[in-house]
Design a protein around this ligand. Structure first.
Ligand code: ZN
Length: 570
């Protein structure tokens, strides 16, 4: 790999076609050339490294080419094209306003603008980072921009459009360059790798593209860095090592441990990550990203937001099956909280560890709660029954089966590899727990108004309603924080901790009451909120020690662990 030329230079696009990820802009520019509708001033805006200057140069070359092909691309053969390609064209002038931002610099430029080009029709003036010009320089430039000579075309480029004064903006045709999509970057890197006879794993290129964060220039220089490190074989392992990226595998393993309530395993994995020299804050952000990815890949509409390679995408799809949305919302909330308060925490390691323990406890809390659990088998049988249209008897079965004594996890986690396709299909049916509701409506005898109901039934319906509120985490969390009680005269009482919760409940109170009345077939149901001061105090965990005690009450093993690892509180 000795004579591997720096990709950023070698693979700089030479025509519009080879510009990556900015198709709408290059098409518009080509049409302007084709129809001879050239503006005298353009403003190219967008993040760094997305091809603004490259496009400006190609544009300059194309409008001066003497033999444009039918696709309005430069021929790269004529005298003008050759002088462009060899960087010796007199028709292009570039000013970097970041370092030449004085009035003097602009005056020199204006001097040049007056001189018509010797060869070709147009002189192009590219002013990079134009927002850096001083106020006086801007003013000096404005006159020229108002009445430029016919042979002059200005292309102003900036990463900070909001810093450009309106008088300049109104005189330019504005193009907004996009951040280049990960997929587009990967495609281009694949093209280069093939051209250079470099073997690669697509997941590896994907990591490079993600690290470049939408800037092709960065992607190419990272690519070069990786090639010089790992030679002509780019593997996922090499890339994550070289770029100091935490392997996705850790996040998958951790999530698996959270779902199975394996606190010790979680802490051991985290320890391994820290030992490898990764920053804990970075790790927490990565974990949030992981939960977010698990969430977006649940839905066909949002799956496009998943910017990872095909193999990793499959793993996400696989893992999300074993999570439910309830878990993911809570997990996101916890990891995000940890991120926000990270800086303020004194013992950062423990801060993260407490979050990891809470993450393990999400499923444990669920186990302990009275929340009715619908077993897979029941859902299945319901489905069958729907098909067979057997009525009465079914109604009994449909009711969510609460199993307080022997809790059954709906989403009992398994290792990814042990998932069979059939199991996955079965799992998918779990998403349709709402089905019983529909049947019940169909089969409800016309007039059983004001039916008696038990507290257990009430709680079941309450949770059905909570699930409906899954999209509103605040309300959802409040509703699921406790179970409602059934008091005399069908009054449903619900204890809340504070005014904020009261506000949240009142927002949906009518909807909730209507739902309960319909579902429980009783119109006399009323609703009562009780604010508990005592509860409030109990629930507020001010210090790390409080938090620890709270955790301990949920999982006794924690103490052994604390001793074993010699952990200390802040
Ligand atoms: Zn040409």
């Amino acid at each position: 790999m000795e004579n591997f030329i720096v990709s950023a230079r070698k693979y700089r696009p030479a025509n519009f076609k080879s510009v990556v990820g900015q198709a709408s802009i290059t098409t518009t520019l080509k049409n302007a050339i084709k129809n001879n509708h050239l503006a005298q001033a353009y403003l190219f805006c967008g993040p760094r490294g997305v091809g603004k200057t490259t496009c400006a140069r190609i544009f300059a070359k194309t409008i001066n080419c003497k033999n444009l092909d039918e696709n309005v691309e430069p021929c790269n053969n004529c005298e003008s094209c050759e002088s462009f390609n060899q960087n010796r064209s007199y028709n292009i002038h570039e000013l970097d306003a970041a370092s030449n931002n004085s009035v003097e610099d602009i005056r020199n430029l204006i001097e040049q603008v007056r001189i018509p080009p010797q060869v070709g029709k147009y002189s192009i003036y590219i002013i990079d980072e134009v927002h850096m010009l001083s106020a006086q320089a801007f003013n000096a430039f404005l006159k020229t921009l108002e009445e430029p000579p016919a042979h002059a075309i200005f292309i102003l480029a900036t990463t900070e459009k909001h810093k450009i004064i309106p008088t300049i903006l109104s005189r330019c045709q504005i193009f907004d360059f996009n951040r280049i999509k990960v997929d587009d970057t990967v495609d281009y890197l694949e093209y280069i790798a093939k051209n250079e006879n470099i073997a690669y794993e697509t997941d590896a290129l994907n990591i490079i593209a993600q690290k470049a964060d939408g800037a092709m220039r960065d992607a190419l220089s990272i690519f070069d860095q990786v090639v010089s490190f790992s030679g002509s074989d780019i593997t996922y392992k090499n890339v994550i090592e070289n770029l100091n990226v935490l392997d996705y595998d850790y996040y998958f393993k951790l999530t698996h441990a959270f779902l199975s309530n394996k606190i010790s395993e979680t802490l051991i994995i985290f320890n391994e990550i820290i030992d490898k020299g990764f920053d804990a804050h970075h790790f927490i952000n990565g974990l949030s990203e992981h939960f977010r990815n698990l969430l977006v890949c649940r839905d066909q509409i949002t799956i496009q937001l998943l910017e990872v390679g095909a193999n990793i995408r499959d793993r996400y799809k696989e893992q999300t099956v074993s999570c439910n949305e309830d878990f993911l919302f809570k997990a996101l909330e916890l990891s995000n909280k940890c991120d926000v308060s990270y800086r303020l925490s004194k013992n950062k390691r423990l801060h993260v560890e407490l979050t990891l323990i809470s993450l393990c406890n999400i499923t444990a809390e669920k186990k302990n709660s009275d929340k009715p659990i619908i077993k897979k088998e029941h859902v299945k049988s319901e489905k069958k029954v729907v098909e067979e249209k057997i009525s009465k008897k079914v109604v009994e079965h449909q009711k969510p089966v609460a199993k307080k004594e022997t809790p059954v996890m709906v989403n009992k986690p398994k290792s990814f590899s042990s998932f069979s396709i059939k199991e996955k299909l079965d799992k998918n049916t779990e998403n349709k727990v709402e089905e019983p509701k529909v049947i019940e409506k169909i089969e409800a005898p016309e007039n059983i108004q004001n039916k008696e109901f038990t507290e257990k039934e009430l709680i079941g319906k309450w949770h059905l309603f909570s699930d409906k509120m899954g999209g509103k985490p605040r309300i959802f969390n409040t509703l699921t924080s406790k179970d409602p009680k059934l008091e005399e005269n069908n009054i449903v009482s619900f204890v809340i901790d504070n005014n904020l919760q009261e506000e949240k409940i009142n927002e949906i109170k009518n909807e909730l009451l209507g739902f309960l009345k319909t579902e429980l077939k009783n119109t006399t149901i009323d609703f009562k909120l009780i604010i508990s001061d005592k509860e409030e105090e109990n629930n507020k965990l001010y210090t790390a020690e409080d938090k620890y005690k709270h955790m301990l009450s949920k999982n006794e093993k924690l103490n052994n662990l604390k001793q074993e690892f010699n952990l200390d509180l802040e």
